[in-house]
Design a protein around this ligand. Structure first.
Ligand code: NFS
Ligand code: SF4
Length: 662
């Protein structure tokens, strides 16, 4: 007992000594962490400091797939021992990794399934509160997978599209519908390796089976099913989530939005939606505009109702409707510390259980709404798409009550960052090519002539194990400085929005080539494409780049790279692996759950590339990460024979600058 006490005191002292500047570069979050400390409120930042990550688990050197174990191998000498069943380190790490992919893939595909369920009920006329908003997108998606659209009614096309996309989940044999969008050579490579996904239910089931004790015990074979399951996410469930959400709620086009905690308004009823499935948020948008509810808010002394998003559904609503966004994953507790939040309404994914306690400290009601996600201590108000307003109206009413009875001292960081969001792949087409000749040709041309060196997707979470927002920001700055156009989604997009990089003006810190393109088109050097499932937009954009020509025949030929510099979730691993399997070099930060110099590590980090796929990379350092990604882009440029063009372009620019000075 005595020992424990001393340990605790020591931990506390350590926590106190920490400089907030080492924890986050988000000033609003830092300000709220300071307030939290004053208020005696604990957050994930504190817990990350006081609880070290388990070193064996971090290396994935343990297995608890059966009761002969759990077995722990020595990460320092990984081939010294095997598990009780004889499982080697490569089997154990590959199984653990594969299960992360299975879980991440399940999360995205289940989200996509919810969207598809909603779509079916709308098409069948059983749901009236939602409708098909974007019929052009409906036709485009349907046509892209071979459904006849000419002269047919919206209902007929939608019915066929539903039936077809259901196969993304249920298909027992054969390729999923969106495999039709994959560049021919990439698809051929997948077929050769037997990794074209069938329905995701089958893929996830098989992966769980194969990683059970005593089944698949060859890391190469496990990795194949792992790739197939990840592809069932990227080209399956995630793509369904994006496309159906666009059809139901509208395809994003650029919109100017305010981001950061300063979007909260002290004199308004503040409602935050934090989660992933846009159907809840769409309904809340209707509820907060309900005249009777606005009247009730005013009667309670508020100037109005202020709806704000967080995390991924927030990113979608921001892109589609210009709803302001309060911050990313590592700010969800901090935002409650403002005392200004009158209701936080959550659905699924990335919702820290710790929110319950923080919300409680500030008298903020925390509402769970989804049957798949209850949280002990939160209030559950179930959301039902057949009568969505019942749930969202009730939460508004309760938020108004909380506003009326606010006792917590309110302190809102006065920081707002305006930026442009909502770059769907359709819009990029239009933006670069113009209305009549919408195409990726100008992008490809600018890559070929070297003004744009390559394209990088920087995506993913934030994580208290690293300096919040810092790794994302430094990486992206470094990339654009080197003429790499950056595409973003998820929490990373919010980070760079807070850093002011989502504006055309940010082009001034880009390299000369990228700056010239941005200035000509009037676009930011960093394009925000939405939520994490919207990474599927990046896959479609990459396929378009291949289709347009001049940059090789497969995604693996493109001068592109991806990164998740502050990742934390299993979803991120699934995304990373579907990018790798699609042909993209993908670099993760923070930590990587595989021991170096093992066979499995070699497979992920080197050998997959020689199989015609992409490969994994790892570095916790943003500058090293940028260097690795740029080196890969340059390697691809060389293989395409366009490295010379770039050298010329840079000389030209230097000459021009010299002339300008003179
Ligand atoms: Ni993506 Fe969105 Fe954020 Fe990470 Fe979580 S909110 S789905 S998993 S933390 S980017
Ligand atoms: Fe240990 Fe093998 Fe059981 Fe894993 S499956 S816990 S390595 S005995």
């Amino acid at each position: 007992m005595e020992d424990k006490k001393t340990e605790k005191t020591v931990e506390k002292k350590e926590t106190k000594a920490v400089n907030l500047k080492d924890i986050t570069i988000c000033e609003a979050t830092a300000q709220m962490l300071q307030k939290a400390k004053r208020d005696g409120v604990e957050t994930a930042f504190d817990r990350a400091l006081s609880m070290k990550a388990c070193p064996i688990g971090a290396d994935s050197a343990c297995c608890k797939h059966c009761a002969m174990g759990p077995c722990r191998l020595n990460p320092k000498n990984p081939y010294e021992k095997v598990g009780v069943c004889g499982a080697t380190i490569d089997t154990i790490m590959a199984r653990n990794f594969a299960r992360m992919v299975a879980s991440g893939s399940a999360a995205h595909t289940d989200h996509g399934m919810s969207m598809l369920d909603l779509f079916r009920e709308v098409v069948n006329g059983h749901i009236h509160d939602y409708k098909i908003k974007d019929t052009q997108k409906l036709e485009e998606v349907a046509a892209s997978i071979g459904i006849e659209v000419e002269g047919r009614s919206v209902k007929d096309i939608a019915t066929d599209l539903y039936k077809e996309l259901e196969r993304t989940y249920t298909q027992v044999e054969g390729e999923i519908p969106f495999a039709k969008r994959v560049p021919a050579k990439t698809l051929e490579t997948w077929r050769k390796h037997g990794i074209v996904p069938r329905g995701s239910m089958r893929e996830i089931m098989e992966l769980m089976h194969r990683t059970h004790m005593g089944v698949d015990q060859h890391y190469e074979n496990i990795t194949k099913q792992c790739s197939r399951t990840a592809l069932a996410d990227g080209w399956g469930g995630s793509m369904v989530a994006t496309e159906i959400s666009d059809i139901l709620f509208g395809t994003p086009t650029p919109v100017s939005v305010e981001v950061n905690m300063g979007v909260l308004k002290e004199d308004h009823v503040n409602i935050i939606i934090h989660g992933h499935e846009p159907n809840l948020f769409e309904s809340m948008l209707v509820s907060v505009n309900e005249p009777t509810l606005i009247k009730a808010a005013k009667a309670a002394g508020a100037k109005g109702i202020n709806l704000v998003g967080m995390c991924c559904s927030g990113a979608e609503m921001m892109s589609r409707h210009g709803v302001p966004h309060a911050g990313n994953f590592m700010s969800t507790e901090a935002v409650l510390v403002t005392g200004a939040v009158d209701a936080m309404c959550v659905d699924v994914q990335c919702i820290k259980q710790g929110l319950v306690k923080v919300a409680d400290c500030y008298g903020t009601p925390l509402f769970t709404t989804n049957p798949r996600c209850h949280i002990e201590g939160a209030t559950h108000v179930e959301f039902n798409e057949h009568k969505p307003g019942e749930c969202t109206d009730e939460m508004v009413i309760r938020a108004i009550t909380r506003f009326k009875n606010r006792t917590a001292a309110v302190e809102i960081p006065n920081i707002r960052n305006i930026g442009i969001h909502g770059f769907s792949h359709e819009y990029i087409n239009y933006m670069l090519g113009g209305t009549f000749r919408g195409s990726y040709t100008p992008l490809n041309d600018n890559i070929i002539n070297g003004r744009i060196r390559g394209v990088a997707g920087v995506v993913g979470c934030t994580n208290p194990r690293v300096k919040h927002d810092w790794v994302h920001t430094e990486l992206v700055k470094e990339l654009i400085k080197n003429d790499v156009l950056v595409l973003q989604t998820g929490c990373s997009q919010i980070t760079l929005a807070k850093a002011g990089m989502m504006t055309p003006e940010a082009a001034h810190i880009a390299g000369p080539g990228l700056r010239e393109v941005c200035e000509t088109v009037g676009m930011p050097p960093v394009l925000g494409m939405g939520s994490c499932v919207d990474n599927s937009r990046i896959l479609v954009a990459a396929s378009e780049m291949v289709r347009v020509g001049g940059l090789g025949n497969s995604i693996a030929d493109l001068p592109v790279a991806g990164a998740a510099p502050e990742w934390m979730s299993e979803k991120a691993i699934s995304i990373g692996h579907y990018f790798v399997a699609s042909g993209v070099y993908t670099v993760f930060g923070v930590t990587f759950p595989v021991i170096k110099e093992t066979k499995f590590h070699k497979l992920l980090f080197e050998e997959l590339e020689s199989q015609g796929l992409g490969k994994w990379g790892f570095s916790p350092d943003p500058y090293e990460m940028a260097r690795m990604m740029i080196a890969h882009i340059d390697k691809k440029r060389k293989q395409l024979g366009i490295d010379k063009a770039r050298e010329r372009t840079l000389v030209d620019m230097a000459d021009r600058r010299a002339m300008d000075v003179a």
